[in-house]
Ligand binder design. Sequence first.
Ligand code: ATP
Ligand code: MG
Ligand code: FE
Length: 337
Amino acid sequence: CYILAVETSCDETSVAVVKNGTEVLSNLIASQIETHKAFGGVVPEVASRKHVENITIMLEEAIEQADIAPEKLSAIAVTEGPGLVGALLVGIMAAKSLAFALDKPLIGTHHIAGHIYANRLEGEFRYPALALVVSGGHTELVLMEREGSFKLLGRTRDDAVGEAYDKVARALGFPYPGGPHVDKLAMESRTCEDMPRAWLEPDSYDFSFSGLKSAVLNAVNQHRMKGEEGYEAGIARGFQESVIEVVVEKAVRAVKACGAVQLLLCGGVAANRGLRQALTERCEKEQIPLTIPPHRYCTDNAAMIGAAAYLKYKQGSYSGLELKAEASMSLEAWAAR
Ligand code: ATP
Ligand code: MG
Ligand code: FE
């Protein structure tokens, strides 16, 4: 089975060819970071236009790199949501046209299922599995009791982790996207400023990062008012430690409570060095098998979409040409379709 996958939910245009849901034959990613940097964040209209500029040539290139005849493709997969509607639409239109022209099935795919399935490119899933999703727009604990079943145990009540990273980075003077800059500064820091932890109710698997973000902004202002310098690293470290402690603790608690036999870390923030290290150490101590995708499959890419689409391919669950972009769409609803 050869799936051609398209991902345009945000500011990365990506096209991949994935064999049997596990083997990446090609995975092209055109990042628009340089374009959006000037605005300090992703501008939806600009993102759509850039996707349009890139998509056709990338489709050709991905097929060529995979070294496969287009007629040999088994299906065309595309991210249908969640994401920016205008951006999603570009990928969906391209995927529909190709599916129609080649007379191949179309598979609408959930973006977060994709992030989770980035781990499938590393090896088999063992169930029940628990996914810790930490991305630019999502922070979730998802229980997978068996193949194709997704149960949302908890989610952020306000900011997503990646969003908090980007806002903190901006306050510390870094360009968009700020996550990697804060990560680097935190890892190099010799000081650590005390920051609050939002545990919420004792039994809750939900998250909250807006209080932490406000604490960071307050601390920055205090230092500035006093005319101090060089405080950034201590703040970055304090922020990162708070985030890591809470997500690691909640994930481990959920693994134990659900009897999960595998923990899957995913989403853009899974690229965070501090988090990878802390989660790896904790899982070793607790003897929890942990999978973390390599960096290139943590942030948005089409290979992960091809991996998740294989689930629907095996079920013969295809989408019609009336497939629509869904700005917000639950994993459960996608899985049940
Ligand atoms: P979603 O997947 O929820 O729709 P998205 O696709 O925009 O959101 P991703 O591409 O999964 O998000 O991740 C991007 C986010 O990851 C950004 O917020 C970025 O700052 C963050 N990020 C990337 N690398 C790191 C890092 N090393 N440390 C912390 N955050 C990081
Ligand atoms: Mg992105
Ligand atoms: Fe994403």
